[in-house]
Write a protein that binds this ligand. Structure first.
Ligand code: FAD
Length: 377
């Protein structure tokens, strides 16, 4: 059994069983403080392909999200399995929060749909790869951070909850097919190598490969999220969930005030009426808080409709006196949430210290709260 042949030991495989392991496989993340980040070799990739039991097929709407314009098209071969869609250059970088940049990747041969009505992109990511430097990293699909779309959401919610904006902007008016892909990326001063460092110092001639959307995405089947869901996020860890939270905002608007719908052909998802989401986001301070204004507005929107039980957002500013999580606090949150209805998902996406804490408690939590699942992104 490969468990015993794995050069990184069996612990890693056991901990990853049934999980999405791309981020560990491609490097840049460690499962545990005691395990060094490992960059898998070409040979490891071949072994993985040999022992894989199946390959996940992307939902159709995601597959259609990227359309080939030139490269790789029309040669009669099936390209659907290919990871990369051509070479991209970084054409723009804008600092949108302290240390966090909106990075625009462009490739005139590819066109992206940036407004998708469904849920299938949520929690998925692109793998960006530099061939020259041989480094890769996951970055989240976060369409709501797009420079054209973000203000549409802010404006619409503001108008609905009675703040002064007056235009009614619909996403149907946003040009949703673009040649460029905007990703939101935090640059860490201390990082000396890796893809984020490369992007921080990107040169005009640098080229990158971008994968099709990857990962298993959020499981939004009614069975798995009917009940109370807790979400613990840290810093840019809000990004993998932002499109989903915005989607919840669109749903509550469609339900409570249908004439104000932001997307006309929006359809209700079966889970929406019977699940609630309590979000705790840990930021150093308000100036470094990615998407804080949008998240606060979404929570104001639910309060406006007196539906704060269905979505609440609590930001905690750790450098301004806010308490970090510890075991006791985590159990307090879980106990409190489980009193209202069955605890379902505990989603976590934060800095390693936060993730490791949940990794350590995962099995105990899942035993204590029957039917719950801790998922560390
Ligand atoms: C699938 C996936 C996709 C990702 N996509 C992106 C992306 O597109 N762009 C991007 O920039 N990053 C992305 N990341 C990276 C990830 O979101 C961040 O590395 C991580 O969330 C840390 O963010 P940060 O550096 O902003 O946090 P920090 O600023 O280091 O920390 C945020 C806050 O958490 C607090 N904190 C630390 N430990 C604890 C604790 N135990 N309890 C409570 N609070 C604590 C800190 O005090 C701080 O206030 C992705 C990660 C994954 C897994």
């Amino acid at each position: 059994m490969y468990l015993y042949d794995h050069p990184g030991g069996k612990y890693v495989l056991e901990e990853c069983r049934g999980k999405e392991i791309g981020k560990y496989f491609y490097g840049a993340y460690s499962l545990d403080d005691n395990i060094k980040v490992h960059k898998h070799s070409f040979v490891a990739g071949k072994i993985m392909k040999k022992i894989a039991i199946a390959k996940l097929k992307l939902p159709m709407d995601i597959d259609n999200m990227v359309t080939f314009g030139g490269e790789g098209k029309g040669d009669g071969r099936d390209h659907s399995h290919e990871l990369y869609n051509g070479h991209f250059k970084v054409t723009r970088k804008d600092e949108i929060f302290k240390g966090v940049y909106r990075v625009t990747f462009s490739n005139e041969n590819n066109h992206y749909k940036i407004v998708l009505p469904g849920t299938s992109t949520f929690g998925r990511h692109y793998l960006i790869h530099s061939e020259s430097q041989k480094v890769s990293r996951y970055y989240t699909i976060c369409n709501s951070m797009n420079s054209e779309i973000y203000p549409v959401y802010i404006n619409n919610i503001d108008r609905l909850i009675g703040n002064s904006r007056d235009e009614k902007l619909s996403l149907d008016n946003v040009d949703d097919i673009t040649e460029s892909l905007q990703l939101t990326i935090k640059f860490y001063e201390q990082s000396r190598k890796g893809l984020t460092r490369l992007l921080a110092n990107v040169q005009d001639e640098d080229e990158f490969l971008v994968s099709k959307p990857m990962g298993k995405g959020l499981d939004l089947s009614a069975d798995s999220i009917t009940g109370t869901n807790l979400v613990f996020l840290g810093g840019t860890g809000v990004l993998p969930f932002l499109d989903f939270f915005v989607f919840l905002a669109r749903m509550i608007i469609s339900e409570k005030s249908p004439s104000d719908k932001i997307i006309n052909n929006e359809e209700f998802e079966p889970f929406f009426k019977h699940s609630s989401f309590k979000v705790y986001a840990y930021y150093p301070n308000a100036n470094e808080a990615v998407a804080l204004d949008l998240l606060v507005k979404i929570s104001d929107l639910f309060s406006h409709f007196k539906e704060e039980e269905r979505f609440s957002f609590t930001p905690v500013f750790t450098r301004q006196g806010g308490d970090r999580l510890n075991d006791q606090k985590i159990y307090e949150f879980l106990d409190q949430a489980s009193r209202a209805s069955d605890l379902k998902n505990i989603w976590v996406c934060g800095p390693p210290k936060m993730n490791n804490m949940f990794q350590r408690l995962r099995k105990t939590i899942e035993r204590k709260y029957e039917g719950s699942a801790v998922d560390i992104m």
